[in-house]
Every structure is written in structure tokens, then in C-alpha cells.
Design a protein around this ligand. Structure first.
Ligand code: SF4
Length: 362
């Protein structure tokens, strides 16, 4: 197959040409691509944004989740979807009349064997079949584990997206290269090195905002373990990270935890945990349970998430085997309320503080 042939094939694949053209509604002459601020946004946003902007395309991101978006989400998403996927629907609906295209990649994996979440693969099609009046969708497929995709597939995807906007292959490749440079930088910044982690453990640095000091604070360290799209969404997570910091807790998240230590921990399992994002959660929790270098672990489970139900059970079993570190598992869904959460956090923090005091005074 010629390069042009392949590109046309991908172009057909990635663009939903049957949906309604809404260009006439837009006053701005630049084409607008909408990126919903949910799920993959929290994993790849710098990559997506830089790529489109380098191509001269305007990127419109939906606002942080709010009451209105959540309300739309729960009325538009299928009941059986996990809470995070439901929120994705709310963000898509927010964007639908404001953009020319929606960027909803069918992303499965960036690893030879491990996969992300099957939900990501079907999201674009599910949305299109339920809501045929959505703007055109740019929905490239990428799966290293199942389809053997690699950098050439990325090149083909970039060129085919560029072609949609009359951009030359060279411009698309330049945009792709810049986007990856920005993305890798962002990712490296987020992940702690072993050295930084060690400095954090020795109270030499904070890896999040400094905890609010009060007279009862005993320099508590708590690991907040959960999906990046929940922990980094203040509305959906009821600002749990901020609540902990305000309560005087020195927080580290699973997203920041050093990758080497996660992989080391996964090697101790007698099977391959092939859900990539659960590896992060499980690896972080297992490390702290074994190393006992933390005062407590808070594990956020998203309601109706299949992979989370496995990781939740495993964290719970590992915690039974290593009971020194207290673990609080919280399930989040659209009905989780701030008052209830605050009460549970306060009770957990009080318990952890008392335990630490007893240990320190012998
Ligand atoms: S991993 Fe779980 S929470 Fe994330 S999208 Fe999949 S089902 Fe939802």
C-alpha cells in the first residue's frame, strides 16, 4: 500500500464523516478542536494540545468539572458506565456546539503487553451512536499491545489528522515532534525520581503544596492512591487532595510515585497485572504497605470501574497481610457528598495521628 493509500485509510478511520457539520455556527475562522477535560485529558493533554496548536488549530478544552457538567453527565451517559466515563459525557456535551471537531482517541495501550482501560477504546463509537448530532470526531486508534502499533502508526495518524486541515505531512510531523517533546517533559516533571522521593521521605522537599500547619499537626504523610482523572479533578474528587493538605497532611499521589518502584513492586506478583493504570495504584500502595514509610494510605475507587474492583480487592488483601499502615478505601460516584467525605477523612486523620503519637512516645 502506498503512503497516500494508508493515510487515506486512516483518515476514513479517524473521522466521523457522517455527523452534522456545525461549522456555520462558528464565527472564528480557525478550525476548533474540542478536548473534553476528563479521562485521557489528564494523561495526555500537553501532547494533544501542542500537536493541534502547532498545526495552527484552535484547541477548546471544556472547563473543570462543575455542578452543571456533572448534571448533564448523569443524564446523558449510560447508567452502567463508571463515574469517570459519565463525567466524560458531560464534558463532550459542553463542547458539542462550540467546536468543529471533537478529539476522542480510541486509545488502548502504549505498552507491549499492558493496556489502559477498554472503555477508552469504545468511547467515541458509543458517543456517536447515542448522539449522532455531535460534531465530527477525530478518533485515531492506537494500541501497542493488541495491534502492535508503534511510532510509525503515530506518524501515520499525525499526517492523516494534518490532512484533514490541509496541512502538509512535513508540518504534521514537525507538530508531532514538538508535541512529544513537550509531553515527555511534562511527564518527567510529574514523576518523582528515586532521589526526589527519598528527599520527600526525609522531609527535605514537598511534592505538593505544603501542608497547612496547626498545633495538632504531627507531620503526617499520607499517600493518595487513585486515577489521575479523579485525583486531579477537584470537583469529582471533592477536593480530597486539598482537604488533606488543609488538615496538615503531607501528601504524595500515586501519579507522582517513582515508576521504577512501581515496576519493581509489580515483579513480585505471580501474574502480570495488565491494566496499566492499576499497576500505578497497586504498585504505590504495595510499596508503602511493605516499606512502612508512610502514616496512611487513602485509596480512591471509582464506582463501577472493573479494573478498580480488582485493585481494590488486592490492596485490601495486601493491607491485611501488612497491617501496620492504615488504609482507607473510598468509593466515589455521583452521589458521594462532601460532608460525608469530610467526616471520614477527619476520623481517619485523627486515628493516624493518635497511632503516630503512641509510636513516637513508645
Ligand atoms: S479504568 Fe475504571 S475508572 Fe477508568 S475509565 Fe476504565 S472503568 Fe472507568
Amino acid at each position: 500500500m502506498t503512503l497516500n493509500g494508508s493515510i487515506n485509510e486512516i483518515q476514513n478511520n479517524i473521522t466521523d464523516l457522517n455527523s452534522t457539520d456545525k461549522k456555520s455556527k462558528l464565527s472564528d475562522s480557525l478550525p476548533k478542536v474540542g478536548i473534553p477535560r476528563a479521562l485521557l485529558y489528564y494523561k495526555f493533554y500537553p501532547l494533544f494540545k501542542t500537536f493541534f496548536e502547532e498545526l495552527g488549530i484552535k484547541v477548546v478544552v471544556s472547563p473543570p468539572t462543575n455542578k452543571e457538567i456533572k448534571k448533564i453527565a448523569i443524564t446523558t451517559a449510560p447508567d452502567e458506565d463508571c463515574y469517570s466515563t459519565k463525567l466524560y459525557y458531560g464534558h463532550v456535551m459542553y463542547l458539542k456546539d462550540k467546536v468543529d471537531y471533537l478529539f476522542i482517541p480510541r486509545f488502548q495501550s502504549e505498552h507491549k503487553t499492558n493496556i489502559g482501560c477498554p472503555k477508552f477504546m469504545g468511547l467515541a463509537e458509543a458517543l456517536r451512536s447515542m448522539y449522532p448530532d455531535l460534531p465530527k470526531m477525530i478518533m485515531p486508534t492506537f494500541s501497542q499491545a493488541k495491534l502492535g502499533h508503534g511510532k510509525w502508526e503515530l506518524v501515520r495518524i499525525a499526517i492523516s489528522i494534518g490532512k484533514l486541515f490541509d496541512k502538509s505531512p512535513i508540518s504534521s510531523l514537525r507538530a508531532l515532534r514538538t508535541a512529544f517533546r513537550v509531553y515527555f517533559h511534562w511527564k518527567q516533571d510529574k514523576w518523582l525520581t528515586i532521589r526526589e522521593f527519598s528527599d520527600w521521605k526525609q522531609n527535605k522537599i514537598f511534592v505538593n503544596d505544603a501542608p497547612k500547619q496547626d498545633s495538632s499537626t504531627t507531620n503526617l504523610k499520607i499517600a493518595l492512591v487513585g486515577h489521575s482523572y479523579m485525583i486531579n479533578d477537584p470537583y469529582a474528587s471533592l477536593n480530597i487532595k486539598k482537604q488533606l493538605i488543609n488538615a496538615g497532611v503531607n501528601v504524595i499521589t500515586s501519579e507522582q510515585f517513582p515508576r521504577e518502584l512501581i515496576e519493581k513492586q509489580m515483579e513480585t506478583l505471580d501474574f502480570n497485572m495488565y491494566f496499566d493504570y492499576e499497576r500505578e495504584l497497586l504498585g504505590t500502595a504495595m510499596h508503602f504497605l511493605e516499606e512502612k514509610s508512610i502514616d496512611g494510605i487513602i485509596h480512591i475507587i471509582i464506582f463501577s470501574c472493573g479494573p478498580d474492583s480488582i485493585a481494590g480487592e488486592m490492596v485490601s488483601r495486601f493491607s491485611t497481610r501488612n497491617p501496620t499502615v492504615p488504609v482507607l478505601q473510598l468509593t466515589f460516584d455521583e452521589l458521594t457528598g462532601e460532608a460525608g467525605l469530610r467526616t471520614r477523612l477527619e476520623a481517619f486523620i485523627d486515628m493516624v495521628k493518635r497511632k503516630k503519637k503512641v509510636e513516637e512516645t513508645g
